[in-house]
Ligand binder design. Structure first.
Ligand SMILES: Nc1nc2c(ncn2[C@@H]2O[C@H](COP(=O)(O)OP(=O)(O)O)[C@@H](O)[C@H]2O)c(=O)[nH]1
Ligand SMILES: [Mg+2]
Length: 468
């Protein structure tokens, strides 16, 4: 039932981009895709052994030089990959040259002068999708693979690119389509009473498919955290050493540290990996009552960070008696996933265990952001806390979803199946059940990209880098 994408005119031009990151490197790669790609190569490149570009064999590297523009004389390797045996399924050319941005830009300039247009971000992958080489969830996996920061995220991306998620979706969609087809036959030939499927069978089959989708949607919490990281917010009253703690964990002087209370106003964010777990750290503005306008905005942001965080690190200055401000934070943490930290351990300890107990704190980690003591224990505590809540743990065997887009589509699909089941249960006619089944199938089609608007596609592919 795969629909052929409409945007054919869009594919009729030839695009080009530098595919390697900007800056200097050993090699730089330029990619050209579209019907004119070989002709464009012929205009700017000649092989050393005088084989004409038109006679270059597919998928074979040729040594030669650029003969147009500011890069004329530059030695490069060129390959033509004839359609449909290329990443985009189009005529594709790749050029490998020295990895300098000026030289690569000069070659790209010659290519555009010869009739190519500059590619938009992700446009090569978009073409691979529009030309039917991969489906949309596979195209999205390409971006996930490129941006993966942990092995777990990479593994999920690779599996998604292989089609693990697509196959699961197709399986459910196929079964729902079969049920729908039978129902529609029954609606069309109502007088003939074609009872091919009993109502019980219909209900069981819809239920099974709904259960499959529910299993999938439940992996989202975990999937999101694997891809985006465990959100850890550092909170506490001003001047206890929150920013110093962030710098300690990052092993870098990222946040500004001063002896003045109220230094941090905006949220400072960065990611680290502890034992393969991606941790998204957020340093926040200290919690206290303040009339300063900027500080107040900062505190609003802190509140939001606390709501969003998976784990909170509550920092207390162990060298000073607990204040009203410390005591005000304690109750806010009830029911949250948090780790208490008694900082400034290098100075004499003032706070006693029972005082913390009174605030509901059973255990606190002694720490010195100044000296770095307690860092190992803190890292261990963060991972333990992450594993305890359902955010951690190993990867499930089945498919896992990491994208909000997939999550929302699944949610809709499940909702429609639930509605179909209600109708089926109250013995409603097939004409009431069928539209919900059809809608559910369409929702699933959004994941693989069978029914998707140009605007959604543009958002998806704008996340990509140029040249991919
Ligand atoms: N002695 C000592 N001073 C610290 C420690 N951590 C932070 N400080 C000092 O406490 C002050 C406030 O630190 P900062 O990280 O800006 O606190 P924040 O307001 O909670 O972000 C600075 O003068 C830091 O140098 C520590 O472990 N030991
Ligand atoms: Mg600070």
């Amino acid at each position: 039932m795969k629909k052929t994408p409409k945007a054919i005119t869009y594919l009729s031009d030839t695009i080009a981009a530098i595919a390697t990151p900007s800056g200097s490197g050993g090699l730089g790669v330029i990619r050209i895709s579209g019907p004119e790609a070989p002709k464009i190569l012929a205009q700017i490149f000649e092989t050393t052994d005088r084989i004409s570009v038109a006679n270059m064999a597919t998928h074979k590297l040729y040594y030669g030089k650029i003969n147009k523009g500011a890069a004329a004389g530059e030695a490069v390797l060129a390959v033509i990959m004839r359609a449909p045996h290329s990443y985009t399924r189009e005529e594709t050319v790749e050029l490998y040259g020295h990895g300098g941005s000026l030289i690569l830009k000069s070659i790209l300039g010659a290519i555009t002068a010869a009739g190519s247009r500059l590619a938009e971000p992700g446009e090569f992958t978009k073409r691979a999708f529009l030309n039917g080489r991969i489906d949309l969830s596979q195209a999205e996996a390409v971006a996930d693979i490129i941006s993966a920061k942990t092995e777990a995220a990479l593994k999920i991306g690779l599996e998604q690119l292989e089609g693990k998620l697509s196959n699961k979706i197709k399986e459910v969609k196929g079964d729902l389509t079969e049920i729908l087809a039978q129902m529609e036959a029954n609606i069309d030939y109502a007088e003939e009473k074609l009872e091919t499927m009993t109502r019980n069978e219909v209900v069981t089959r819809i239920k099974n498919n709904k259960a499959e989708l529910e299993k999938l949607i439940e992996t989202y919490d975990k999937g999101k955290i694997i891809k985006e990281g465990i959100r850890v917010a550092i909170i506490g009253k001003p001047n206890v050493g929150k920013s110093s703690l962030l710098n300690c964990l990052l092993r870098e002087e990222k946040a500004i540290v001063t002896e003045l209370p109220g230094t941090t106003r905006d949220i400072v964010e960065d990611v680290i990996s502890i034992k393969g777990h991606l941790i998204r750290l957020m340093d926040t503005a200290g919690l206290r009552s303040s009339n300063n306008k900027i500080e107040k905005i900062g505190q609003e942001r802190t509140k939001r960070a606390i709501e969003k965080a998976d784990i909170l690190l509550w920092v207390v200055d162990g060298n000073r008696p607990l204040s009203k401000e410390d005591k005000a934070i304690g109750p806010k943490l009830i029911g949250k996933n948090y780790i208490a930290i008694l900082n400034k351990r290098d100075l004499p300890a003032v706070i006693k265990g029972p005082e913390l107990k009174a605030l509901g704190v059973d255990k606190a980690i002694g720490f010195s952001a100044l000296k770095g003591t307690g860092l190992g224990a803190l890292e261990q505590a963060i991972i333990k806390q992450a594993l305890k809540s359902r955010v951690g743990g190993g990867l499930p065997e089945n498919s896992i979803i990491t994208s909000q887009r997939h999550f929302l589509a699944l949610k809709q699909a499940i909702k429609r199946l639930a509605e179909a089941l209600i109708d089926a249960g109250r013995d409603a006619g097939e004409e009431f059940i069928a539209p919900n089944l059809r809608a559910s199938i369409e929702n699933l089609g959004e994941i693989t990209g069978e029914r998707i608007g140009e605007d959604v596609l543009n958002i998806i592919f704008s996340r990509f880098c140029i040249g991919k």
